[in-house]
Design a protein around this ligand. Structure first.
Ligand code: PMP
Length: 447
């Protein structure tokens, strides 16, 4: 069964082995048990040094290996705003000169600047909600705000594939956390029903609050939250809904306003809207938006508000400029052009991969495009073979996915040209012939 062994990984998992031998030889156990030792099946351990060599972030120089200019198909630069030139960068530069890079104080102390207030008003306007609050880090926005919203005696129903920042926030809250199957609304309803004492009226259920937590677009699956059903269920069972729009805000919906925009729904149906500025806005930080009461509560109860230094002003400016562009408030239509370009690129790239016979997960409109590779050794090899051919991709394996659920995760960007995507597709095709990624029989997951 073993044809070739991966060089350098001490014969850890053979590069060419079928799924049966992967399980029969107990190789899956070795992957599971060893992932955090030096022989690592997740390529995140590589830490390649990359240098930007184009203003639009789409070309990188791989400094770790043989220096070569490569196309970037792995960053979450959905709208292409992570630029180092153009109106957004110029405005941020002016702000840097006006305010400096750091505030050196929390919002409650001396770190509350006019630019923060302006940004929060804009975020609320963009989302169509009453109020918003911004934080210096997206990860901390989840990890530190969820504990401010609920605690002991509360119940969290969390999608099993939620991001680690959400998982951490749930754990820190002290609430009881139950997971439901990814995107499975029937399973969520079963969990909700179980949480209510049989025959008792709703007010007599044993929980102070029930919070359902989901993501807008899942960054490993490319799936989109089934918002209409989630809203129906949360209303039926008198629960609250927390929506993490890290990968959907700016990247989904005709106006870039995320999942709500995608389904044409009322944003007020979501109780807690969360998102990050690290993807579509090419910046840093996160936000929570909702009612005035929600934001007033978080201002004084959230550790990320009370104990963390406020957002860097040039970063805030970058978000203001890119958001205004998406909203068409910059006097141009470049924002809507970016949205259209992203939508076109997404559909084109997915369609071509399907035509080439690959297994691609997720919704047709999701800018995250996961291509299934399955075997851990092939996951690593795929990344390296692409990089050799000047294509920078992110591959993900265990523990971010199941042991045999390894995949390449392509991220589309409005600033990718058709030529770039075609070149990338040619590389993927070539790598496929080396690694044999089309399987006649798909694996059955073992836990
Ligand atoms: N939520 C989700 C769903 C994410 O994927 C991420 C990171 N990619 C975060 C939160 C954390 O955001 P940040 O990277 O901006 O800190």
């Amino acid at each position: 069964n073993e044809v070739t062994r991966e060089k350098g990984n001490k014969g850890f998992v053979p590069l060419y082995c079928d799924f049966e031998s992967f399980y029969n030889q107990n190789l899956y156990r070795r992957v599971r048990d060893c992932w955090n030792r030096p022989i690592c099946s997740t390529p995140g351990a590589w830490f390649n040094v990359m240098e930007r060599v184009s203003p639009d972030y789409n070309w990188h120089l791989n400094l770790t290996g043989k220096s070569s200019r490569c196309i970037n198909l792995g960053s979450y630069n959905y709208l292409g705003f992570a630029e180092n030139s153009g109106p957004c960068a110029e405005a941020s530069l002016e702000t840097l000169i006006k305010y400096g890079a750091g505030v050196c104080s929390t919002r409650q102390e001396l770190g509350n600047l006019d630019i923060h207030i302006e940004l929060e008003k804009l975020v609320a306007q963009f989302l169509g909600l009453e109020s918003a609050m911004v934080f210096g880090m997206g990860f901390a926005t989840n990890a530190l705000n969820i504990p401010a919203l609920l605690g002991k005696g509360c119940l969290i129903l969390s999608d099993e594939l939620n991001h680690s920042s959400l998982v951490l926030g749930c754990r820190l809250s002290g609430a009881l956390v139950k997971t439901f199957k990814h995107d499975d609304m029937k399973n969520l309803e079963i969990r909700l029903r179980q949480s209510i004492i049989n025959g008792q009226p709703r007010t007599h259920r044993p929980w102070k609050k029930i919070l359902i937590i989901v993501e807008g677009v899942y960054s490993m699956e490319g799936s989109i939250a089934i918002l209409p059903e989630l809203v129906r269920l949360k209303k039926k069972y008198n629960a609250y809904l927390y929506l993490d729009e890290a990968h959907s805000i700016g990247a989904l919906g005709p106006n870039g306003r995320g999942v709500v925009d995608y389904y044409g729904m009322d944003p007020r149906d979501v109780d807690i809207m969360m998102g990050t500025f690290t993807k579509s806005f090419g910046a840093a930080g996160g936000y929570i938006a909702g009612t005035k009461e929600l934001i007033a509560h978080l201002k004084f109860r959230s550790h990320s508000s009370v104990y963390a230094t406020s957002m860097s002003p040039p970063v805030a400016q970058q978000i203001i400029s890119s958001m205004k562009s998406i909203m068409g408030l910059d006097g141009t239509n470049t924002g809507s052009q970016r949205l259209q370009r992203l939508a076109w690129n997404t559909r084109y790239f997915r369609r071509r991969l399907h035509e080439m016979g690959f297994i691609v997960y997720g919704n047709d409109d999701s800018p995250v495009v996961p291509l299934l590779i399955y075997l851990p050794s092939k996951v690593v090899a795929f990344c390296r073979e692409c990089l050799k051919r000047k294509l920078g991709v992110v591959v993900v394996g265990f523990p971010a996915t199941s042991i045999i659920g390894g995949r390449a995760r392509f991220c589309m960007s409005a600033s990718h040209t058709k030529e770039m995507l075609d070149t990338a597709l040619d590389v993927i095709k070539e790598v496929e012939t080396i690694l044999q990624l089309k399987y006649s029989k798909l694996p059955i997951e073992k836990k």
